[in-house]
Design a protein around this ligand. Sequence first.
Ligand code: SAJ
Length: 423
Amino acid sequence: MFDKLNKHYHFSNSKKDIEVNTVCVMGLGYIGLPTAAILANRGYNVYGVDTNESVVKVINKGEIHIVEPDLDVFVRAAVDSGRLQAYLEPAAADVFIISVPTPFYKGQEGEIPKPNIEYVISAVRSIAPYVKSGNIVILESTSPVGTTEILTKELKAQGVDIDSIFVAYCPERVLPGNMMIELVENDRIVGGINVESVEKVKKFYETFVVGEVLTTDSKTAEMCKLVENSSRDVQIAFANELSMICDDLDINVWELIRLANHHPRVNILNPGCGVGGHCIAVDPWFIVDKVPARAQIIKKARDINNYKSEWVIEKTKNTILEFKIKNGENPNVVCMGLAFKPDIDDLRESPALSITKALLEDGFVLKACEPNIESIEGIDLISVDEAVEFADIFVMLVGHKEFRLNIQQIHAKIVLDFCGVNV
Ligand code: SAJ
């Protein structure tokens, strides 16, 4: 992939065509760091900025602080070539990319979570003294509709001559686990504050993206990002609702979905133990918060996907209690998988982790098996082989590939398969 970037991909513009040499990337997390590394490998001088001192140190050693296939190769090459350096504070550049987190305030039970754009605003304030005529400012962070306008007003308030710069929103759309490929190959949406910004920023992306760069205004681009993830959330909610209906009706949901998907225009996704990660489980709230009376399906989907985890907890508890009544002793229970989705080590907003913790907090004795993680405080982790030996009840929470290898052995036990790993 690393060689492929410069040798095999055909980029429609080169760095020389757009008079950009230096890019300042604000926020070196899951999106900022891969983007900074790709840009450096495409020949830009990249000034990476993060407020976390240890992140800055790690990157300047040519190492990485997040797990993502091939990212280490890109960062190592970028740092060794001298084209990527990390700092705590921004500096002058031709392009500023803001890729800081936009978390949300969860609020009280029943309240609609509220997006928090404080990090975006503070990044804008910190670059403002360095932004000069002809510069490009791009927001990549997932943001509520209207944030690019707020950013532009903030730059103005900080004394930047807005009419002399180019501002656009360009959301990231990469799938964790496949980022280094998707960053280059995915189509991108550029939403500018005016026509000049759109054209300028499109050209910049065309120097390192081979996917199509589509253009629009900033509000549509912001909404597009939120809608993509909400669409997936709604579709997963449909699958999760089906799984609970099928349980009531004693129908195998996996067989049902497989059969229904033979219809040429039906494509039902997979039920699971809930929706995790910090994108799909979060972004729909940005729409619900903005237009609560209208966003009914979007909110319902969030509620169903959250409820699915509670349903999994109840099902598991009931199975444990039934085992105890039948056998007169507590079963050995193993929760299989803790990450937020298969074959990664990412625990952010992971339903599998919350379910396991909830069972432990309710006094159920259990172990967990997570092949992608060495240790987690408060949870007794065992290997797949140990789990096969130990368990009376398998609670299959995440469909890691390691779990598919043991179907024969697993069939000898009680299997609560909430993620379809055994189908
Ligand atoms: N999930 C299911 N059933 C499915 C598919 C997923 O339960 O059929 C669950 C997963 O187990 C996981 C959650 O949904 O808990 C989200 O996983 P995912 O693989 O669908 O998505 P993410 O969060 O890793 O990445 C998403 C992607 N968005 C879309 O596919 C529309 C990615 O392209 C975005 O860039 C990313 O969010 C982001 O950063 O916004």
